[in-house]
Design a protein around this ligand. Structure first.
Ligand code: TNX
Length: 518
């Protein structure tokens, strides 16, 4: 990429007024086009944030930007729509068709920085780029020394894929609303736009369902290892959804079925084929539970859950799981999916399922989430590819690339290793468009990095497992294929180290990355 060679860089260790100016485009994910030119812009005590007149979404993004910059700069940074030149400007322009729903242009020069987008999400992503152009100290929550300088030039940026997701499994271990909000803020910094929440599994049911109250009250009362578990009330869940929306993320809720359902089966005896409720489960085995595919009550249950969840979901997708249904016969699995997918459509949502769904008949418009490995057999890959050629979109989450719960190496904790060890280079160095043979590029909706939590039980664990591998998923999902290259990536990643540290994220200091200090 042009222009990354040390714009304004001071010699290492040189005394100076403050941190060197970060070269334009030294951000993750790398922008589609970077043209350094002209003088830089320095944010000062007099800087104002100008937003379009009469555009509440733009004003909200302006206020969000101000709240990011105020603590460390100590500046007032008023947000204003009363005109005036210079400073930071956020503007929507419906004529900028090429920027699409998420793209933006950032122009920086002596007098100011202007971010232009066609839609609010683009402005929000442009704000993340502006943030990353500033010194890492801007992330600290107390006043720091400046200067707060942004290199001069123009970035024009649009995402490669519309689906750029991260998953949090709140079932194996429960995480609080505050922990989920922190996760959302971390995802937003890297332009992730989907938050997939794995809300139910054998070990816990985490969302209140009014028509089946024991699901959360009893089915949510424990977790892996036997802790107290927990669940979200509907009000708490709405709070998560609206916080995500404020960060331009769409929540994709998952109720995993027909397998991974012990928490539900334990809560209601009638859901079991033999009418006997099993005990709650706090281990980590998979594949032992199944809803009773022949019982009418199963479909009352499924419809009630989908109806209530759809009502909590402004987003387009509802994930119905469908993985590892080892205790369901193939015929039952197909019959179950044939009945359940239309219910999702009835409540206005689009089906997402784990890629085993391609072994049944995916509904029109459904997305299948591939979680196989490089070494997954050709027959299974071919089944997924055939579905893709038939119109099923794919979300790629190869377990030996993007599973954030895999250990980095033999020596790192926590984590599993059934898909192998996944160091940073492995998570980054592959191409979603070429990953599965026989899949048309247009069938790839995007990528997602799932964080399963059998071994992940604290906020510090989340930080260490997701960072820095989450950034691989972010860059694979956003940046153009032509920009892909490990050597340049690891330098840009290295520059994120001080930022992550300033955010209080205790990330994995991978030996593959020449981490910088600032
Ligand atoms: C496989 S991926 C699972 C999960 C586990 C995960 C652990 C998938 C759809 N199923 O149930 O938590 O591996 O890595």
């Amino acid at each position: 990429m042009a222009g990354l060679a040390g714009v304004g860089a001071a010699p290492p260790g040189a005394p100076g007024p403050g941190p060197a100016v970060r070269p334009l485009g030294e951000v993750v994910p790398v922008p589609a086009s970077v043209r350094p030119s002209g003088a830089p812009y320095t944010i000062t005590a007099r800087t104002r944030i100008h937003v379009d007149h009469g555009a509440p979404e733009v004003r909200r993004i302006g206020a969000y930007l101000a709240s990011l910059l105020r603590p460390a700069t100590g500046y007032a940074l008023p947000v204003t729509d009363d005109g005036g030149k210079g400073g930071i400007r956020l503007r929507l322009s419906h004529r900028e068709k090429a920027l699409g729903p998420e793209g933006y242009r950032l122009r920086s020069g002596r007098l100011g920085v202007t971010i232009t987008a066609r839609a609010p999400a683009g402005l929000f992503h442009g704000v993340q780029t502006l943030r990353q152009q500033l010194p890492a100290a801007v992330e600290r929550d107390s006043r720091q020394a400046g200067p707060w300088t942004v290199a001069g030039g123009t970035i024009t940026d649009v995402p490669r894929y519309g689906y750029r997701g991260a998953m949090l499994d709140v079932s194996r271990h429960f995480f609080t609303v505050a922990q989920v909000k922190r996760w959302i803020d971390q995802l937003a910094l890297y332009k992730i736009n989907k938050l997939h929440l794995h809300l139910s599994d054998d070990q816990g049911w985490r969302i209140a369902i009014d028509s089946w109250p024991r699901l959360a009250a009893y089915g949510g009362s424990t977790q892996v290892g036997g802790g107290p578990g927990g669940h979200y009330t509907k009000a708490q869940y709405r709070e998560i959804v609206s916080y995500a929306a404020s960060r331009h993320l769409e929540v994709v809720p998952e109720i995993d079925m027909p397998g991974h359902t012990n928490a539900a089966l334990a809560s209601y005896a009638e859901l079991n084929c033999d009418g006997v409720a099993p005990p709650l489960y706090t281990g980590t085995a998979v594949g032992f539970s199944s809803l009773c595919v022949d019982k009418p009550v199963t479909y009352d249950f499924v419809e009630d859950v989908i109806r209530e969840l759809a009502a909590l979901t402004p987003g387009r997708y509802l994930h119905i799981g469908g993985d590892e249904a080892h205790s369901t016969s193939h015929a039952d699995y197909v019959a179950f999916m044939d009945r359940v997918q239309p219910v999702v459509a009835k409540y206005g949502k689009t089906v997402v399922g784990w890629h085993q769904l391609t072994g049944a008949d995916p509904a029109k418009g459904a997305l299948a989430q591939y979680w196989g490995l490089d070494r997954t057999g050709d027959a299974e890959k071919a089944k997924v590819a055939a579905a893709a050629r038939n119109g099923t979109g794919l979300i790629l989450s190869p377990a030996d690339r993007l599973y954030l719960d895999m250990k980095y190496s033999e020596k790192t904790e926590p984590g599993l290793s059934w898909a192998g060890y996944v160091e940073v280079r492995r998570s980054y160095d592959w191409d979603p468009a070429a990953y599965l043979p026989g899949v048309p590029a247009s069938a790839v909706a995007g990528v997602e990095a799932p964080l399963w939590t059998e071994t992940v039980s604290t906020g510090a664990h989340i930080d260490r497992m997701a960072f820095p591998r989450l950034l691989s998923a972010a860059e694979l999902g956003w940046s153009p294929a032509a920009s892909h290259g490990w050597e340049a990536y690891r330098e840009r990643l290295a520059a994120q180290g001080p930022r992550l540290a300033a955010l209080g994220i205790d990330f994995h200091r991978s030996p593959q990355v020449p981490w910088r200090t600032e």
